[in-house]
Design a binder for this molecule. Structure first.
Ligand code: ZN
Length: 201
């Protein structure tokens, strides 16, 4: 028996609902919108996602998205070798780079410690962070994690694992409202938060 049209629609709705912030209604609206458009709209979207997934991997050094072994930031030797900024995901690097106010390197954790969801320190890139700090020339570690309980728990854990090393640990200034997502902070607010960062304690 072949699928009828509503089964095809359901498949698209189901796929969209897996995305963050997309509920049933939004998923349905997107699905019907795409189906109402010219074929090229749907195919361009599908191709763009597929091409990106096939060609983008993680930088082996910082775990940013990259089309090569190492991302362009890690490959850029003229950046500040003394600063390492810790972020939850690659999207935040994108926001930082747009702010144009940071010239050090990054380390992407790919998650935060989250006891409720069973995400432990070994599930995110913390071991790799310790290795980089041990073998690198960093003097300042900037914690740029979201100001929520998971960000806080992760920051405290990082402070603990980096305590054997001679590095200063700072956090972004609290221009950023508690509970808000760094991904959505505008670049001026982020620039201020970097400029007025303070010692983590
Ligand atoms: Zn990198």
């Amino acid at each position: 028996m072949s699928l009828n049209h509503s089964d095809y629609v359901k498949d698209i709705v189901f796929a969209f609902k897996k995305l963050p912030g997309i509920g049933e209604r939004s998923a349905r609206r997107l699905a019907f919108y795409i189906l109402s458009q010219n074929e090229s709209v749907a195919y361009n979207l599908a191709d763009a996602i597929k091409n990106a997934k096939q060609n983008i991997k993680l930088c082996k050094n910082c775990f940013n998205l990259s089309s090569d072994e190492m991302c362009p930031i890690c490959n850029n030797l003229s950046r500040n070798h003394k600063q390492l900024c810790i972020v939850e995901n690659p999207e935040i690097i994108y926001v930082f780079e747009k702010s144009g106010n940071y010239n050090g390197y990054y380390h992407v954790l790919h998650g935060l410690i989250n006891p409720l969801e069973g995400i432990t320190p070994s599930d995110i890139r913390l071991r790799e962070l310790a290795v980089r700090v041990e073998t690198g020339s960093f003097e300042e570690i900037i914690l740029a994690l979201n100001p929520n309980s998971n960000g806080e728990a992760t920051s405290i854990y990082i402070q603990k694992i980096l305590s054997p090393y001679n590095v200063r640990i700072s956090v972004l200034a609290r221009g950023i409202p508690i509970g808000s997502d760094l991904e959505y902070v505008d670049k001026d607010t982020l620039s201020e938060a970097i400029n007025y960062r303070k010692k983590f304690d």
